[in-house]
Ligand binder design. Structure first.
Ligand SMILES: *Cc1c(COP(=O)(O)O)cnc(C)c1O
Length: 404
């Protein structure tokens, strides 16, 4: 993605042309970038030869899941819907892990029937429920136990999951108790220790700390785990400050760790796989003067891309066509929804914008479309992908009639 003669180009195609043909707002993905991210992830961790399970909640588009599966990844799912869609997309059950704090009886039963790789459990009551269902089905079920390592991921508090005040995983004491319990169960087979300390992590330190905690607890448990699931969370460079997550450094630490315990590593990356490969193209409906700034009212809103409203997340905004005329006003980019949090960014010295101009919101491949809703009865927007210089619609724009 770059500019050529002042035009924003994605994989050789003009964003302006794409917008004209498929209308706005529009999610647009680059297959090239997706593949690049997957290759980069695989290469960085080559020395530990992990099972890589794509976190489906970051983007659950059917076409993308199929492509991601074809590129060799498995799936990390958090609901029966995501599990069914992953299977339907051709991802093999032995490459699927099921995470989440509240799996229902129905979800557990379905997962057992499908013989997935692991159900990663997060509480004593959930383990008892799985055991009960397994007993009724006369089956032995492979499970993992998710540890809450009480490590600060040093990320946005809303996407931190590994501190003791977070609902995820079990405490160290409970973990050890549960290892003993499951060891003696006839219908459960303990296979995995899992963790996931949060998302958009850009430093190595939190992961290093987490590895130390895991090391200690494995030694204490005196149990050999066939799998260690280290979760996802590797951050991406949203603000283009050249702050990339250092995969190589992490892989060296993991390599050392693996040597001690001889376990197979599982990863559950979402954002680092799909985040940078998607943009949102949107059109300016109006530019409106405020007291101290101008509001650029876009046709995209928080229901299409919720991250800024939900987490105060930052996404770079760029013009589709550069005009080299700086605006004297501060611009606040907002959507048309009746909520004050329906805003994307406030930018000084953006180029002068007018009605009908097109802009791009960057790095929205992860937690963009998957977090979208019909709030304000707005139809879900379309998704397209560019693959081998061809565009294809991978999810149609909902019509108003769909909603009536
Ligand atoms: C959300 C989630 C992930 C993916 O996190 P990313 O930051 O997108 O890599 C992985 N594992 C679990 C259990 C999750 O909840």
């Amino acid at each position: 993605m770059k500019y050529k003669a002042n035009n924003f180009i994605i994989d050789g195609l003009k964003a302006e042309k794409i917008a004209k043909k498929y209308h706005t707002p529009l999610y647009c993905y680059s297959y090239k970038d997706l593949k690049k991210n997957i290759d980069n992830f695989k290469n960085s961790f080559k020395n530990v030869d992990p099972i890589i399970c794509f976190s489906v909640k970051s983007n659950s588009n059917k076409f993308l899941l199929k492509e991601i599966g074809k590129l060799g990844l498995g799936a990390d799912v958090v609901s029966i819907g995501e599990l069914m869609r992953s299977l339907k997309s051709g991802i093999k059950p032995n490459k699927i892990v099921f995470s989440g704090v509240g799996k229902t009886t129905n979800e557990i039963s379905y997962a057992i029937n499908q013989k997935i790789l692991l159900i990663n459990t997060e509480s004593r009551s959930e383990i008892l429920e799985i055991e009960k269902i397994a007993k009724l089905k006369k089956k032995i079920v492979n499970i993992g136990i998710r540890l809450n390592p009480n490590t600060d991921a040093n990320t946005l508090s809303q996407i931190s999951t590994g501190k003791k005040e977070n609902k995820f995983g079990v405490s160290k004491k409970t973990f050890l108790d549960l290892v003993n319990y499951v060891k003696n169960s006839k219908n459960l087979r303990l296979k995995c220790l899992s963790v996931h300390i949060g998302s958009q992590i850009l430093e190595n330190r939190p992961y290093e700390k987490m590895l130390k905690v895991i090391e200690k607890i494995i030694k204490k448990s005196k149990f050999r785990f066939e799998y260690i699931d280290l979760g996802g969370g590797m951050g991406i460079d949203y603000e283009k400050k050249n702050k990339h997550y250092n995969f190589k450094k992490y892989s060296l630490s993991i390599k050392k760790f693996v040597k001690k315990f001889n376990s197979k590593i599982i990863f559950e990356p979402g954002r680092s796989i799909i985040g940078s490969s998607g943009i949102l193209i949107s059109k300016v409906i109006y530019v409106k003067e405020g007291y101290k700034k101008d509001f650029v009212i876009l046709d995209a809103a928080m229901n299409d891309l919720m991250r800024p409203a939900l987490y105060n997340a930052k996404h770079i905004i760029l013009p589709v066509k550069k005009n080299n005329k700086k605006s004297k006003k501060i611009y606040e980019f907002v959507g048309p929804i009746c909520e004050s949090t329906d805003k994307f960014s406030t930018i000084k010295k953006f180029q002068k914008l007018n009605k009908k101009d097109l802009i791009i919101i960057c790095d929205v491949g992860a937690y963009g479309m998957s977090l979208s809703s019909n709030y304000n009865l707005r139809p879900k927007i379309a998704e397209v992908i560019i693959k081998n210089s061809k565009i294809r619609v991978i999810s149609k724009r909902q019509s108003i009639n769909n909603l009536m």
